[in-house]
Ligand binder design. Structure first.
Ligand code: SF4
Ligand code: SF4
Ligand code: SF4
Ligand code: FES
Length: 960
């Protein structure tokens, strides 16, 4: 949906102060017109609701009113003076006048003072035409500045251009403090402050001389709030004001922020977080807000390529040739090695429609169920664990639900880095007084952040989540903290009794398991009491729970805790997996697992299969196909020979890199569809150029089951969106696909998936977004699940015996390595490494506790070799007390870091999700890269050369 862009439209929808929710209604009159609004509403907002725009500078409806600019004065009968309408709440019978000669004069006076200290370069200013100061000057009818421009002023103040994405031009600052309040109230970073008093007041980045050196995390909330050109996106300065906008969804993390992509010609000017976004309400993080330049990065490959052998240079070919070649290879290999010798991987970066098509292609055109997705290596235990206990493989709440939580338990997640917009919302709730328990081997920011501090940080040893959850359950049961009436009414009685007896065993007491976890028993008891008795208690968890040999057990342990305390089925509580990638929920929903058809229905179910067979016109195989790790094993055994991999970089993201690359090398045809020559593509025989989220229509589903539209901002650089490439491949394989638009794919999904039955593009457009289940029983979607009963009927407590991982420390490998993400980079880094985000994080580093560093003679910045049973790599050390002694930590955003060279093949017993979070290692000081890194560099250089030769050939062609 493309709208003609009206720069005023967003501002005019600014009602000045936030909405109030009250059952008490208040009636008043404004300029002779009657209006009734909820009690607590400001006079300014009430006027705006009538269509009366009172001039304002320091007020905006995303922030609480501050009342500093005095521009919004009104007259109120019975009140002395001229109260500020932004800070004055309505009252019954109030009579307000917003326009009188006296008010007009006063406002002009105030505006004159502002303008006398403002550079009058409107014609060349980047905000020209979209500046609130300019608009208000016009609104109040300013015609002259009687004070002149010669007095004391700030016009010569120096610009701060240190931030890669926005500039701070203090000469234009009117000290309205909107930026400071946005940083505090919306982002929760408190990076800005007003220094000085009166005329000397200035905005300053706290904790640093400039924005880049400060604590600023570059979320852009201050830029968004600034009414002048003081804080402005560099892209806007370069490209000028946009002409149109498109509402779309961020393609980074599972928060699923909604954005207004603002465009000029065919160039994206900026991404502005959408106030109507159900997941983000107008906020964003540095990735979605600013790190979109990768979409047009020169590294983008926009022509299909093929080659016979990995040693050959790439040949650019037409789409037809590439697709025909891939199809003929798939058929050749199936003829030679059998139907099951090929498979596909769907992408959690791509849309629902694209994931659906890839699994459909595998099940129809390939004729097997060898399809899997990257959720295998992240949240597959969530799918399994929540299905077993609650009956549905998804989180139970909306993000907004956290605003009703009294106690928040964060386990194995780092929201301020990995889910930053939710992290900000959580911090807001903590500032309002909610209590926080963090269970994590690392001191994440939430443990101790500005104005929000964890009540308890249980810094457990990696690999002991299940022991911890059992110890918490033990306290809840043995101290009589169970929500017995909830359990009696809502849960399976026998399963509960079995679980109760199990967790009550003395072996599960904190005094026994505390030492296993490395956490004092009293802390565990305190956490259990707080969670069970502190009011509404919500659990948020991430990959620190799932990526373990007992990942599924831990998920079930979490669901058990929620059921045992009655913390499920309403706002403010629940079990909330923080999904990693933008569409990992969606790719799972779409039937990307080898054992499930869309909607999590088992492939062995005859009735379900029959439904799909009728719709798809094929006979489906009744047995589950290969999971990703099984595909690797089969490749090494010689029985799996070809792979269609869409938008997934298994060579970097999957564990035990050397095992993965050996498997890829063993295949005869690897087809990679991606926007860059990623690590996997270096092992490919066919490269199908992918499309970024800006180049296609579709939907993403976020961690709250929220289905949001992705809308095309620009034409696909390679000529085809990803779904079109899959359609072409299916047709080349002889299985007809005839979709003209992704909306038709969604219509098919809705027809075949009970939880999506009422989903359509028209319905999503009507609601803004929809949370599934969305069907006849819930036509407007389902923000909170399991309200009256669990999806499976009665909740099922599952036994969660703690089985220590096989990955144990010993004399040779005495430390435990755990991994995680950092705010500025994203996952394998293919996108963020190609943006200015490298200003914050240009390499992965190994965090090591000072004690462990000292005993090894390691100093901050030293090169250190990290060796595990799987392999070795070398990183720079960062000596830090964020990790406990005995634990080291790294991010995994750079391929040359080889973080997954070290991680092992261990995996979750139920789902094969790799045990990324626990690897026994030794760390030593070294002076050169590891053998693997040298081999990697050589191979990578060679592949880049082969890619460049393709480019040279292209130029030669042009010259001829
Ligand atoms: S960009 Fe975000 S974190 Fe940085 S100063 Fe602005 S609001 Fe604060
Ligand atoms: S930088 Fe912008 S938002 Fe901040 S005080 Fe100055 S004018 Fe207001
Ligand atoms: S929080 Fe996630 S979805 Fe939102 S802007 Fe950041 S990366 Fe994008
Ligand atoms: S807008 Fe009300 S005082 Fe500034």
């Amino acid at each position: 949906m493309i709208n003609f862009f009206d720069p005023a439209s967003d501002k005019s929808s600014d009602l000045g102060t936030p909405a109030r929710d009250s059952e008490v209604q208040v009636s008043l009159s404004i300029d002779g017109r009657a209006i009734t609004v909820p009690a607590g509403t400001s006079v300014m907002r009430a006027a705006a609701m009538l269509g009366t725009s009172i001039p304002k500078l320091c007020a905006t409806d995303s922030l609480e009113a501050f009342g500093s600019c005095r521009m919004c004065m009104v007259e109120i009968e019975g009140m002395r003076g001229y109260p500020a309408s932004c800070t004055t709440p309505v009252s019954e019978g109030m009579v307000v006048r917003t326009e009188t000669p006296r008010l007009a004069g006063l406002r002009r006076n105030v505006m004159e003072l502002y303008i006398s200290d403002h550079p009058l370069d409107c014609l060349t200013c980047s905000a020209n035409g979209n500046c609130e100061l300019q608009t208000v000057a016009g609104q109040v009818g300013l015609r002259e500045v009687r004070y002149g421009y010669d007095g004391a002023n700030h016009l010569a103040e120096k610009k701060d251009v240190s931030n890669p994405y926005f500039d701070y031009e203090p000469s234009k600052c009117i000290v309205c403090s909107r930026c400071v309040r946005a940083c505090e109230d919306i982002q929760g970073t408190f990076a800005l402050t007003i220094t000085g008093r009166g005329f000397e007041s200035r905005v300053a980045a706290a904790g640093g001389e400039n924005f880049l050196a400060s604590e600023c995390v570059s979320c852009g909330a201050c830029v968004q709030a600034c009414p002048t050109a003081t804080l402005t996106e560099k892209s806007l300065v370069q490209l000028g004001q946009p002409e149109r906008s498109v509402i779309t969804t961020c393609a980074y993390c599972g928060v699923g922020c909604s954005f207004r992509a603002e465009i000029k010609g065919d160039q994206l000017v900026r991404m502005v977080p959408d106030k109507n976004g159900g997941a983000n309400h107008g906020h964003a993080c540095v990735k979605g807000r600013f790190a979109w330049g990768y979409a047009t990065h020169p590294d983008r490959i926009t022509k299909p390529m093929i080659r016979k052998r990995l040693e050959d240079p790439w040949q650019e070919v037409s789409w037809d040739e590439a697709v025909t070649y891939a199809a003929s290879e798939f058929r050749r290999i199936q003829l030679k090695y059998g139907r099951d010798s090929i498979g596909g991987i769907t992408s959690s970066r791509c849309t629902n429609e694209e994931a659906y098509l890839v699994q459909k292609l595998v099940r129809t055109a390939f004729g097997n169920n060898n399809v899997d997705t990257c959720a295998r290596v992240c949240h597959s235990p969530t799918g399994y664990g929540l299905k077993q206990t609650l009956g549905e493989s998804a989180g139970t709440q909306s993000f907004d639900s956290v605003m009703q939580a009294d106690v928040v338990l964060v386990i194995g997640a780092n929201p301020t880095d990995a889910h930053p917009v939710f992290g900000s919302q959580l911090k807001r709730r903590l500032r309002q007084g909610a209590r926080l328990i963090v269970i994590d081997p690392r001191r994440i920011d939430l443990v101790d952040s500005p104005h929000a501090r964890a009540d308890l940080h249980l810094q457990l040893r990696p690999g002991t989540n299940v022991a911890m959850l059992n110890a918490l359950a033990h306290v809840i049961v043995t101290e009589g903290l169970l929500a017995q009436s909830f359990i009696d009414a809502r849960c399976e009685t026998e399963d509960f009794a079995r679980w109760r007896d199990f967790v009550s065993l003395p072996d599960n007491a904190p005094e026994v398991l505390g030492p296993v976890c490395g956490v004092p028993a009293e802390q565990i008891r305190a956490a259990a009491r707080l969670y069970a008795t502190g009011g509404n208690a919500a659990i948020y968890y991430g990959l620190g729970v799932t990526e373990h040999s007992q990942g599924s057990t831990a998920v079930m342990g979490i669901a058990n805790l929620a059921m045992a305390t009655g913390n499920i089925g309403r706002e403010g509580v629940g079990v909330n997996p923080l999904r990693g990638q933008n569409n990992v929920q969606g790719s799972c929903d779409m039937g990307s697992f080898p054992h499930e058809l869309p909607g999590y229905r088992h492939i062995s179910n005859e009735g379900v299969r029959a439904e799909f067979e009728r719709a798809w016109g094929v006979t489906l195989q009744p047995d589950p196909g290969l999971r990703i790790p099984n595909m690797f094993e089969a490749a090494l055994d010689g029985s799996f020979k070809a792979l269609y991999c869409q938008g997934e970089d298994i060579a970097q993201s999957d564990p035990n890199t050397q095992h993965v690359t050996a498997a890829l090398l063993a295949m005869e045809c690897v087809v990679v569809q991606d926007i860059f020559l990623n690590e996997t593509a270096k092992f490919a025989h066919v490269f199908l150029p992918g499309s970024s989220f800006l180049e296609k229509d579709g939907t993403f589903t976020n961690a709250e089951r929220r289905i949001s539209r992705v809308r095309k901002v620009m034409e696909p650089l390679a000529g085809k969106a990803d779904w079109e490439a899959t359609v072409a491949l299916a047709n080349a394989l002889g299985y007809p696909m005839n979709y003209r638009h992704p909306s038709e794919i969604m219509d098919e999904i809705a027809r075949l998936t009970p939880t999506f039955r009422r989903v359509s593009y028209a319905e999503i457009d009507r609601h803004g977004s929809l949370q599934w289940p969305c069907n006849d029983a819930a036509p407007d979607g389902t923000p909170t699940m399991h309200i009256d009963q669990f999806v499976r009927g009665k909740g099922r407590f599952m036994l969660t015996g703690y089985v220590p991982t096989d990955e144990k420390v010993n004399n040779r490998y005495p430390l435990l390595l755990t991994t995680g993400r950092i705010l500025s980079q994203y996952n394998v880094g293919a996108q963020t490494r190609r943006t200015a985000n490298v200003a914050w994080h240009d390499a992965d580093r190994l965090e090591i506790h000072p004690t462990d560093a000292e005993s090894r003679g390691i100093h901050d910045g030293d090169w250190v070799g990290i060796g595990s049973r799987a392999g070795q790599t070398v990183l720079h050390a960062k000596v830090s007390t964020r990790v406990a002694p005995g634990v080291v930590y790294t991010t995994f955003h750079f391929p040359e870091s080889g973080a997954n060279v070290i991680t092992t093949d261990n995996s979750d017993w139920a789902t094969n999700c790799p045990e990324y979070k626990v690897t026994a290692v030794e760390v030593v000081k070294v002076f050169q890269p590891s053998q693997w890194q040298k081999r990697y560099q050589d191979f990578s250089d060679e592949q880049q050369r082969l890619l460049k030769e393709r480019r040279t050939a292209e130029k030669a062609e042009v010259r001829r």
